[in-house]
Design a binder for this molecule. Structure first.
Ligand code: PGA
Length: 253
C-alpha cells in the first residue's frame, strides 16, 4: 500500500500569521507521524516565500495552487512556474474553481502541467464531474476526457511527478462529501485510465479524494484501498481537524 498523502488547499484564505501557525502545525505533525503520512500544504502565492523558511528541511511539501500557462510577459496578475519553483515543491493544476471562474480548458490545464514539470515542480491534477453530469450518468466520461485532455502526450518519465485528485464539483465546499464507495470506484476508474495511457508507471500515481473531506469522514475514505489520500479545503484551515485527519491516515495499515 502506498504512503497516504494529505494535502491542505488553503485557497484564498489566511493572514500571514495564520499561515505561519498552520505551517508550524504541519511541521510538527510531520515529525510525529514520520514516514507514515506525506503532508502537503498549498498556501496563497505570497505566503510561499516566508513559509519556505517555516517548512525548512522538514518533510512537509509546500505547494502552489496554480501556475501560469505562459513563461513570462504581459500577463498581468499571473505567476509563472519558474517563479514558483524555488519555493514550491508542487502545484495544484486544474482545480474546478479555476476551471469555473477562469474558464480553464483541458488544453490550458495540459499546458500548465507541462510548464510546472519543466520548472521542476510536481503536479496535483484535479478532475471531477458536476452534479448534472453525475445525474446524467456521465461522471466517468467527463473524468476520462479531463484526463485525456490534460495528460495527452505526457512522457512516462513525468508520471512519477504526478498525483491525481478526484474532486466531484458538487462535493467541494458543500458539506456533501461523496461516499467512500463512490470515491473508491472513481479512483479505480482513474487508475485504469492512467495505466492505459502510460502503462505500468500509472500504478505508482497517487489518487486522492477531495470534496468536503473532514475529521469525521477522513478515516472512512482512507479505509478504501483505492484512495491514496485527501485534498482538503476547509478542514485544512483548522489545526485540530487537519491534525485528526493526518493521525487517521497514520493509523491506516
Ligand atoms: P473542501 O475543498 O474540502 O472545502 O470541500 C476541497 C478542494 O476544493 O480542494
Amino acid at each position: 500500500m502506498t504512503t497516504p498523502y494529505l494535502v491542505g488547499n488553503w485557497k484564498m484564505n489566511t493572514t500571514l500569521e495564520e499561515a505561519q501557525q498552520l505551517a508550524e502545525a504541519a511541521v510538527s505533525l510531520s515529525e510525529n507521524v514520520g514516514s507514515k503520512v506525506d503532508i502537503g500544504i498549498a498556501p496563497p502565492y505570497p505566503w510561499l516565500v516566508p513559509l519556505r523558511d517555516t517548512v525548512g528541511n522538514s518533510n512537509v511539501r509546500l505547494g502552489a495552487q496554480d501556475c501560469s500557462s505562459n513563461d513570462n510577459g504581459a500577463y498581468t496578475g499571473d505567476v509563472s512556474a519558474s517563479m514558483l519553483a524555488p519555493y514550491a515543491d508542487f502545484t495544484i493544476i486544474g482545480h474546478s474553481e479555476r476551471r469555473a471562474h477562469h474558464h480553464e480548458s483541458d488544453n490550458i490545464v495540459k499546458t500548465k502541467i507541462g510548464k510546472a514539470l519543466a520548472a521542476g515542480m510536481d503536479v496535483i491534477l484535479c478532475v471531477g464531474e458536476s452534479a448534472e453530469e453525475r445525474e446524467a450518468g456521465n461522471a466517468n466520461r467527463i473524468v476520462q476526457s479531463q484526463l485525456e485532455g490534460a495528460l495527452d502526450g505526457m512522457d512516462a518519465s513525468d508520471v512519477s511527478h504526478l498525483t491525481v485528485a478526484y474532486e466531484p464539483v458538487w462535493a467541494i465546499g458543500t458539506g456533501k462529501a461523496a461516499t467512500p464507495d463512490d470515491a473508491a470506484e472513481m479512483s479505480r476508474f482513474i487508475r485504469e485510465q492512467l495505466v492505459s495511457r502510460v502503462g505500468t508507471a500509472g500504478d505508482g500515481v497517487r489518487i486522492l479524494y477531495g470534496g468536503s473531506a473532514n475529521d469525521a469522514n477522513a478515516a472512512s475514505f482512507l479505509a478504501a484501498e483505492a484512495v491514496d489520500g485527501l485534498l482538503i479545503g476547509g478542514a485544512s484551515l483548522k489545526i485540530p481537524a487537519f491534525t485528526a485527519m493526518v493521525e487517521a491516515a497514520a493509523q491506516r495499515d
